[in-house]
Design a protein around this ligand. Sequence first.
Ligand code: NAI
Length: 348
Amino acid sequence: MRVAVFSAKPYDREFLEVANRAAGSPHRFEWIVAHLDSRSALQAAGAEAACLFVNDQADAAALATLQSQGTRLIALRCAGFNNVDLLAAAELGIAVGRVPSYAPEAVAEHAAALVLSLSRRMHRAYARVREGNFALDGLLGLDLHGRTVGIVGTGQIGLAFARIMAGFGCRILAHDPAPDSGAADRIGLSYAPLAAVFAEADILSLHCPLMPETRRLIDAEALARMKRGAMLINTSRGAMLDTQAVIAALKSGHLGHLGLDVYEEEAGLFFEDLSASVLQDDVFARLLTFPNVLITGHQGFFTRGAMQAIAETTIANLQAFVSGGQPLHPVALPAGGGIRGGTIEPSR
Ligand code: NAI
């Protein structure tokens, strides 16, 4: 099958080519650097499938162009499908497949890396030693052993993070509307109301999906409930934080450390090399000025194991579509109506 791969990076090419070869090279890829939109869709002329990532906009206009040129399948190489207009896809007869789960440990380990870097000030120590500055002032660390780690969302990633932090001797306090009592017993975590998790956590890490109830979950009120000097980690979705309130809490010293792998306005920043351009986002620029803030550009998923899993599942989706007309992991139109792109925000 001819597959147009949008937002194609060298690493996408590397892993998809290996997975395709392992399946006997049934697919021919066209690598399109641009994100999908209604104009770039023209570059996929003749491709039966379009393979998309998180910043590709499969809105009704882009889908109509793709369909008019022969595309019958959208193969997402991510779990989230909030960037696809599912109703338009269904109307146009385009099937949609995704990668529902891949290496949750990768994201959990990245969250743990943020905790360790911040707690021992690794980001500052690294720069200092390279400059020949071996002074310790300002590098005083935080012991993890015996601290309380608050986890919001105990799905695949939240539980993997809980296991890691329990290994450091932390007490784990979690909140989830659908608690997993079996996992709680195995890991030794306790569930508590959200207010108690906010109040007791020395380190608070977010692992729930972005939904109307979790948008701005960490606002000025939530921050005020947190312990003075607490650490906040967000590897889930940027819009779960009220970033202005977080900046105010950092300025006052109430929030002690902040580790982010996601940012609400990341679509215009992350995944690209902007080092030669002037940063236009003043809120993001302010975050970068704090010595106790560490930001990575949505790389939690970016490990060899996770990339292999994404590529293999994508090939499996393509194969199933060729043989049976449906991807292996289809995205169904929700009962009671369609999703216009951007109205729901499931996990990535
Ligand atoms: P999951 O679906 O396995 O778990 C999500 C958990 O959140 C579930 O247990 C659910 O009951 C819980 N939840 C739902 N509403 C909640 C609420 N209001 N309060 C507390 N908990 C709530 O999802 P998974 O795979 O663990 O992913 C979690 C999040 O991680 C994703 O939604 C995504 O935003 C983010 N993610 C980030 C990546 C990165 O590269 N930084 C990569 C993959 C996912």
